[in-house]
Design a protein around this ligand. Structure first.
Ligand code: MOS
Length: 752
């Protein structure tokens, strides 16, 4: 990369920050459109059975009501029934070159079957939101009810071997070495079961779609993590050429995996708009975001670890049973990190699934890594105590110098440095080994730690860079900013590569008319889109340089390209010979110069194992009489390749840690065991940490220069922050109290 302009890495304020805080940023549901109508989804109130009748007479007679769609009158879609979707279910949905998340089976009113409480079974459309809500509430529904399966703990014996692993190309089981030998040869062992409840992502911006038909062309403004994923799926469902479908998503108020796949409401908005011949806006209520749009499924994880007296692991075995729905399959890959985190000749993982009458679980920030690492890293802590060994020391004894899963070298790995720096900054050495040995007044004090890891992913991506006559640049990529700072870091990459101040770069995203970019999942947006933007800007720079060299009137005429640098919004030699881009373009009479790049992963994918790593350290305080638990402080150190913006990166890591605190202490989606209704489906009763629950969080960085991962050396930081944080907190709780809580969330009743 070029080092002349210091833009990359700098704590540049978000380029869209002003728009966001002034309300100028328009999210999908905010887009004004003439003659718009409003859709409201009608959901089932039983968990299993069939809709026998929907009496819409009263609803449709209300003023302003345009349509009430039900399984009995909705337009037929050739690929819309659950059965028809089964055939395509395993297909990734990304258009063209992309590999988006696999299709989920969605509910498009093609059949009357009910698989969970809260499933979409109808759509009311009216000229105002209030009238649509009123109409939706006045549809009389008769069901034929069956007995649902609702509680995983009673159903573990019905677990079955799943087909796939939540879209990953890995089999459900893995096995290396002789497992029995590993168990027999251990001097210390741990065998324990860890449980994580269902957890629901709750982006502040609810899911929302605005559908506009013009003839057989459809435009959707959609809150999505993948505009091309939506285009492909919707084009398939409505049997349109993809070019007839345009998806726009300028601002997204958080995705967290929930906005990765295409869910029912997107198809219903398009169907409804076509039916009533008007644009239709459909926004989910908060309640409707519990179940319809994915969540982290419940997990039951049995971990067996063995080690020799010197601490060397002899066995790592991790068997997960996870929740899936009654009609579709998503498997939380809890064993993902278990295969690669520690050096051990005997490692085995397995995944089984249980069908529950719930919505289908789906990607939830670090799916598999977040839930699985809780179990693995708590078990590691338990074994460290059996060995009477410091937990950091125990992990160092089992440090993996190559990837245990496949023997490949790491592209880079700075986990030792994360442990070292984290322990030092945290004051880990002040920790005594014994539980209940640290006190502050009446309170028990505990320190805990855990490891974090998350794979470095990348998808093909294309980008365009344009130099305009006024010497400003525009970079474009058909990806989206889900709130993570993509606009900002792409601006920084372009600014540095072109020698412009960031203020002279405009970044455009969120439109399928732009060159195709990646879906924002798997922490891959910066690596994928960033590589494309970087290469497009390099190409643009070369074009501009050649233009100047070949221009008899340019001060750079005939100067060797190798002597020309980009700086001060133009092209200059070390001796200050040169000109601004604006001067060059003005003289050439060129309206603009454009370059495009198609970036894609290469052989590095086969040669290296690529991960970001980190270490969490937590301090908790527990009142032994009341069980009251407070997190006192949390420190995490990450090594994630090149950091594009230290401010937005810190923000991402802190967000991950906050969700880790939430997983450890608060979150649980609770189902009514009688009827499958989610009982805490709002932000008053679905507990997440408030400010008072979040202590000082310190984030440390270990700088890494990784020349292998991708052209810009970034590893992705969207998900790793949550990985390991719940285990560090649970381990601190054990250290404080001597109480090992293996079932999240750790609430006060579990400490009494
Ligand atoms: Mo993220 S859970 O891979 O969208």
């Amino acid at each position: 990369m070029n080092h002349e302009i210091e833009s990359i890495g700098q704590p540049l304020d978000r380029v869209d920050g002003r728009l966001k805080v002034t309300g100028g940023a328009r999210y999908s549901a905010d887009i004004p459109v003439a003659h718009v109508a409003y859709g409201v989804i009608i959901t089932s109130s039983i968990a299993k059975g069939r809709v026998v009748q929907m009496d819409t007479a009263e609803a449709t007679a209300l003023p302003g009501v345009l349509a009430v769609l039900t399984p009995f009158n909705a337009p037929r879609l050739a690929k819309g029934s659950i059965e028809a979707q089964s055939a395509q279910q395993a297909q990734p949905t990304g258009g063209g070159q992309q590999s988006g998340p696999p299709n989920r089976k969605i509910h498009l009113l093609q059949e009357a079957d009910v698989f969970y409480n809260g499933q979409p079974i109808g759509l009311a459309i009216a000229d105002t939101l209030e009238r649509a809500m009123d109409a939706a509430s006045r549809v009389r529904i008769r069901y034929q009810e069956e007995t649902p399966t609702l509680q995983m703990k009673y159903e573990l014996t019905h677990a079955y071997k799943p087909q796939g692993m939540g879209g990953r190309p890995t089999p459900p089981d893995s096995r290396q070495g002789d497992i029995d030998l590993g168990w027999r040869s251990a001097a210390a062992r741990v065998e324990a079961t860890y449980v994580t409840p269902a957890e629901t992502h709750n982006a502040l911006e609810p899911h929302g779609t605005l559908a506009i038909w013009e003839g057989d062309h459809l435009t959707l403004y959609d809150a999505t993590q993948g505009i091309f994923t939506v285009r492909k799926r919707i084009a398939d469902l409505f049997e349109l050429p993809p070019d007839n479908v345009r998806i726009l998503s300028y601002f997204i108020g958080g995705g967290f995996g929930s906005k990765g796949p295409v869910w029912s409401h997107v198809g219903l908005a398009a169907m409804g708009a076509r039916q009533v011949g008007r644009p239709v806006k459909l926004v989910l209520t908060r309640r409707q975001m519990f179940g319809n749009v994915g969540f982290r499924g419940e997990t039951n994880q049995r971990v067996r670890l063995g080690a020799r007296q010197d601490g060397a692991l002899t066995l790592v075995k991790h068997d997960g049973i996870v929740q899936t729905s009654a009609y579709d399959e998503f498997v939380e890959p809890v064993g993902a990190n278990t295969k690669m985190l520690y050096a051990c000749p005997q490692i085995a993982t397995s995944h089984r699934a249980v069908r529950i009458n719930s919505g289908t679980p789906s990607y939830t920030r670090a799916p598999g890594e977040a839930s699985g690492t809780f179990a693995l890293e708590c078990a590691m802590d338990e074994l460290a105590y059996r060995l009477n060994m410091d937990p950091v020391e125990f992990r160092l004894r089992n440090y993996a110098d190559t990837d245990p899963e496949n023997g490949k070298p790491w592209s880079s790995k700075s986990l030792k440095e994360c442990y070292r720096l984290g322990a030092e900054k945290f004051g880990w050495s002040a920790r005594s080994l014994q539980p209940r040995s640290l006190r502050d007044g009446d309170e028990l004090v505990g320190y805990g730690m855990a490891t974090a890891a998350y794979p470095t992913r990348r998808s093909p991506a294309s980008a365009r860079a344009r130099m305009l006559p006024d010497g400003t640049a525009v970079v474009q990529c058909g990806t989206q900013d889900i709130g993570t700072g993509t606009y900002t870091v792409m601006t920084q990459l372009a600014a540095e590569t072109l020698g412009l101040p960031p203020q002279r770069v405009r970044c455009e995203l969120g439109d399928t008319d732009l060159p195709e970019g990646p879906h924002s999942g798997g922490s891959q947006t910066a690596a994928s889109a960033g590589s494309a933007v970087y290469l497009a800007c390099q190409e643009l720079r070369t074009k501009l340089t050649m233009m100047a060299i070949n221009d008899a009137n340019s001060p750079l005429h005939g100067v060797p390209a190798s002597e020309i640098r980009v700086e001060r919004s133009g092209l200059y030699t070390e001796g200050n010979r040169g000109e601004s881009y604006a001067a060059l373009l003005r003289r050439q009479g060129t309206p603009e110069v454009e370059a495009r790049a198609d970036a894609k992963p290469g052989e590095e994918q086969q040669k290296y194992s690529m991960y970001a790593f980190g270490a969490h350290f937590s301090e908790v305080r527990v009142d032994p009489d009341l069980g009251r638990l407070r997190l006192a402080r949390h420190l995490a150190v990450f090594a994630a390749g090149r950091i594009l913006n230290i401010k937005t990166a810190r923000n991402q890591f802190m967000g991950g840690v906050v969700w880790g605190i939430s997983m450890a202490l608060f979150e649980e989606t609770q189902m009514d065991p009688r009827n499958g209704r989610i009982v805490n489906a709002d932000l008053a009763e679905y507990l997440v940490p408030v400010h008072a629950d979040v202590p000082k969080i310190e984030i440390g960085f270990v700088e890494e220069h990784d020349p292998f991962v991708n052209p810009i050396g970034v590893k992705g930081i969207g998900e790793i922050g949550i990985v390991g944080a719940p285990a560090a907190i649970a381990n601190a709780v054990y250290h404080a109290t001597g109480r090992r809580v293996r079932e999240l969330p750790i609430t006060l009743d579990k400490l009494l």
